[in-house]
Design a protein around this ligand. Structure first.
Ligand code: BGP
Length: 474
């Protein structure tokens, strides 16, 4: 719809930016930290010097001062489980606890609300070695003990908690579960078992959150790409709906409604992916829905129908990290209407508006955008200048669409751009930069790790100062 009148952002809207521990902290083995599955994986991949990342561990005060200069109201970061429990369970590492206490206190000093992700891909490697990690039910207890410790230790200052980041990605990238062997089908089945355990674990953690009388909000951070049909052919429309179910909606149906929808369960059955569900699991999940949903949105996708045939029977898939095709359901194709980033992610601000409306209409739970941004090959020019106009353009158009979705009834209470500073991309090393702050290093040449404000830094500062009005002006 187009509107004659536009309502502004509410005064208490939480303008923010996000990062995650393994992507910025570095210091992967400092002060007693244990190894995570990501540490092990990145070491093998060897595409960047990951052990230093943006060296936030040693620049924390300087980085938070820059956040304050930017005017952030909220900062999303994750706690590295293995800094707190190096083995995933058992002994606590006080130095890890001290680091996050310092970070939270520094944020509070500047009146920046901490938004804590408890687990952002960096699962303790030791738990994989002890019992297979998330594929064992034991994982539920260990995640719960870790989360309860965080509530008791930091809950006096932290109001907003994200349980698990992008659970769907964790199960589809089997290396993030610590699984290195097995066929695609075996890995998918294990993934859905892990997925079930994560849902039960999340519900237990939310139950404890309420039992401890914690103030604030809690919920998962999900990745969501809006899925358009490739044409008005009803077969393509059905393909887009089914793709949305399998890639996105199944997970929030579980977290928010406590159900495996009928179509999704049949999908799992036909592929032999069905997880083992214990008595009481679904009831526990149903009784403990999240009180907020974190939305990570970068791009939309476009699906067309993909009929099963002899060559591609039902269950066929390409061996790609995320499903881009499943015979008998859908195939993701390029959308000729949309521009794309250097990595082929299709830029679609209206897709974010559609996502927010869809999620709020489906679940009626308050939303916060926990990631949104553009990865690019930024160039540092003479005089410490980074002219990232493409980033300003991307963020401006997305922030406009959020406001429109809110005008149309979606309850959104905050926005965290990805990312506050340059960090190691989850898949593409340091060359793919996202931040408002440039970190002066290359993949292996660590240079001086100097912090440099990009053009987008000053622009976003003005967005926050004007409570969003800036995005409607050039
Ligand atoms: C999300 C992750 C982030 C971040 C982002 C961008 O999936 O939650 O950690 O990395 O995607 O992805 P990438 O770094 O692969 O460009």
């Amino acid at each position: 719809m187009e509107w004659k009148n536009r309502e502004g952002y509410p005064d208490n809207f939480l303008w923010g930016a996000a990062t995650s521990s393994f992507q910025i902290e570095g210091a992967t083995t400092a002060d007693g930290k244990g190894l995570s599955v990501i540490d092990v994986m990145e070491k093998k991949a060897d595409i960047t010097d990951f052990s230093v990342a943006s060296d936030h561990y040693h620049h924390m005060e300087e980085d938070v001062a820059l956040m304050a200069e930017l005017g952030l109201k909220i900062y999303r970061f994750s706690i590295a489980w293995t800094r707190i429990f190096p083995e995933g369970n058992g002994e606590i590492n006080q130095k890890g606890v001290d680091f996050y206490n310092r970070l939270i206190d520094t944020l509070k000093k500047y009146d920046i609300e901490p938004l804590v992700t408890m687990y952002h891909f960096d699962y303790p490697q030791a738990l994989v070695e002890q019992y297979g990690g998330w594929i064992s039910r034991q994982s539920i207890d260990d995640y719960h003990s870790y989360a309860a410790f965080l509530f008791k230790t930091f809950g006096d200052r932290v109001k907003y908690w994200l349980t698990i980041n992008e659970q769907d990605h964790v199960i589809r990238f089997s290396s993030r579960l610590g699984i290195t062997e097995g066929s695609y089908i075996e890995k998918m089945w294990l993934g859905y078992q892990a997925n079930h355990h994560m849902c039960v674990a999340t519900a237990r953690v939310i139950e404890t959150f309420h039992r401890l009388g914690m103030k604030g909000k809690i919920g998962p951070a999900v990745s969501y790409s809006w899925i358009h049909p490739s044409s008005s052919n009803p077969a393509d429309v059905l393909a887009s709906k089914d793709a949305a179910l399998i890639k996105n909606n199944y997970l929030l149906d579980l977290h928010c409604k406590g159900i495996y929808s009928k179509a999704f369960w049949k999908y799992l059955e036909e592929r032999n992916y069905t997880p083992k569900i214990n008595e009481g699991d679904m009831e526990l999940i149903r009784q403990n829905p999240p009180t907020m949903i974190g939305v990570n949105y970068y791009y939309s996708e476009t699906a067309e129908a993909f009929s099963a045939n002899d060559k591609h029977p039902i269950g066929y898939h390409k061996e790609t990290p995320l499903p881009t095709a499943e015979a008998g359901i859908f195939k993701i194709i390029k959308n000729p209407q949309l521009p794309a980033t250097d990595w082929g992610w299709e830029i679609d601000p209206a897709g974010l508006r559609l996502t927010l409306r869809e999620l709020y209409e489906r679940y009626e739970i308050p939303l916060i955008i926990t990631e949104n941004g553009i990865g690019a090959y930024d160039k540092l020019e003479a005089g410490d200048v980074v002219q990232d106009d493409y980033r300003i353009d991307y963020l401006q158009k997305h922030i406009q669409q959020i406001q429109l979705a809110m005008n149309e009834g979606a309850e959104v209470f905050g926005y965290c751009a990805w990312s506050f500073m340059d960090l190691v991309s989850a898949r593409n090393g340091m060359q793919k930069r996202y931040g408002f702050v440039y970190i002066n290093r290359e993949e292996f040449d660590l240079k001086d790790l100097r912090r440099i404000k990009k053009k987008s830094f000053n622009w976003y500062k003005e967005v926050i100062r004007s409570n969003g009005e800036k995005v409607w002006k050039n």
